[in-house]
Design a protein around this ligand. Structure first.
Ligand SMILES: Nc1nc2c(ncn2[C@@H]2O[C@H](COP(=O)(O)OP(=O)(O)OP(=O)(O)O)[C@@H](O)[C@H]2O)c(=O)[nH]1
Ligand SMILES: [Mg+2]
Length: 246
C-alpha cells in the first residue's frame, strides 16, 4: 500500500529472463502485486518471475499491447505502475513517480526519457524515430508530448473503465497516452526519469514498429475503431482478454 492505495506493477515480457530478475529484485515493499505477463517466451522468463514471487499471466498471442491487455485485465489494485522487463526503466523511481502522481491532480502520469542523459542507452536511430513520432502525436492531438513511446506509466486503474484501447501491438504505448490526454476526466502529465541500457536483446523492429506506430497515430486520429473499454468488454467479443478462459 502507498498512501492507503493498493499498488500493482504490470510488466510485459517477451524473453526477458535476465532483465526480469533484475527488475523484480528491486521492486519496493509497498507494492501489493506484481504481474508479469509472459508473452509466450521461449526462455525461462515465466519460471524466473514466479520463483521471485510475481504473479505470472500467460499470454500466448504475441504483441506488446496484447500482453498489456491481459495483464491489466487481471489487476486488483487502485493504482497501476508499468515498466519493461528489460531493466531499462528505473525501478527505484517508483516511489518518486507515485509521490508526483498523488500531488499532480492527474490520473495518468507518463515517465519521459528526454532529454536523455545516458546517450548509449538509446541509439540515434531510436532517438530520431521517437522524435518523429512524438512531434507527429503532439500535432495530431494538440498537446506537447516529449516521449510518446515511454513504457513507464503510473495511472488510476479507473482509467481503464473509459479508455478505448485498440492496439494489440507496439502502438499501445502511444495509444494509452492519447486516451489519457484527450479525456478531461483523466488528465495527462509527463515527468522526467533516467533511462539506462536494456538487459538482453531488443524485441523492437525499428523500421516496422516505427512505421506502424506512425500510421497508427493517423488511423486513431481520423478513423478510430468503435471498441469497448478494457474493463468493460463486450460479451460478444471473442478472444478479448477478460472473456477468455484461463
Ligand atoms: N516488442 C515486443 N515487446 C514485447 C512483446 N511482448 C512483450 N514485450 C515486452 O515489452 C517490453 C518492450 O519491448 P522492448 O523490446 O524493450 O522495446 P523498447 O523498450 O521499445 O526497445 P529497447 O530500447 O530495445 O528496450 C519488453 O519488456 C518486452 O519484453 C512483443 O510481442 N513485442
Ligand atoms: Mg525496453
Amino acid at each position: 500500500m502507498y498512501k492507503d492505495k493498493r499498488i500493482a506493477v504490470v510488466i510485459p515480457c517477451l524473453n526477458e529472463e535476465e532483465g526480469i530478475a533484475r527488475v523484480l529484485s528491486r521492486i519496493p515493499d509497498f507494492v501489493d502485486e506484481v504481474l508479469v505477463v509472459d508473452n509466450n517466451s521461449t526462455d525461462r522468463t515465466g519460471d524466473v518471475a514466479a520463483s521471485m514471487g510475481a504473479r505470472v499471466i500467460h499470454e500466448k498471442v504475441r504483441g506488446y499491447g496484447r500482453a498489456y491487455k491481459s495483464g491489466l485485465a487481471n489487476v486488483n489494485a487502485d493504482i497501476v505502475v508499468t515498466l519493461d522487463g528489460d531493466h531499462s526503466y528505473p525501478v527505484d523511481a517508483i516511489s518518486y513517480l507515485l509521490e508526483i502522481f498523488f500531488r499532480s491532480g492527474v490520473k495518468f502520469l507518463s515517465a519521459s526519457r528526454f532529454p536523455i542523459r545516458s546517450k548509449q542507452s538509446m541509439s540515434i536511430k531510436h532517438r530520431l524515430g521517437n522524435k518523429i513520432l512524438s512531434i507527429t502525436m503532439s500535432i495530431l492531438y494538440f498537446r506537447w508530448v516529449a516521449d510518446s513511446q515511454s513504457g513507464m506509466w503510473v495511472f488510476d486503474k479507473g482509467c481503464l473503465d473509459v479508455m478505448r484501447l485498440e492496439s494489440d501491438g507496439m502502438p499501445f504505448s502511444e495509444e494509452i497516452k492519447i486516451e489519457a490526454l484527450r479525456r478531461k476526466d483523466i488528465g495527462f502529465k509527463e515527468v522526467f526519469i533516467d533511462y539506462t541500457n536494456r538487459t538482453g536483446e531488443s524485441k523492437l523492429e525499428p523500421w516496422k514498429d516505427g512505421l506502424g506506430n506512425l500510421l497508427f497515430l493517423f488511423q486513431k486520429r481520423f478513423f478510430p475503431k468503435a471498441i469497448p473499454p478494457l474493463a468493460r468488454p463486450s460479451p460478444s467479443e471473442p478472444g478479448f482478454p477478460l472473456n477468455r478462459p484461463d
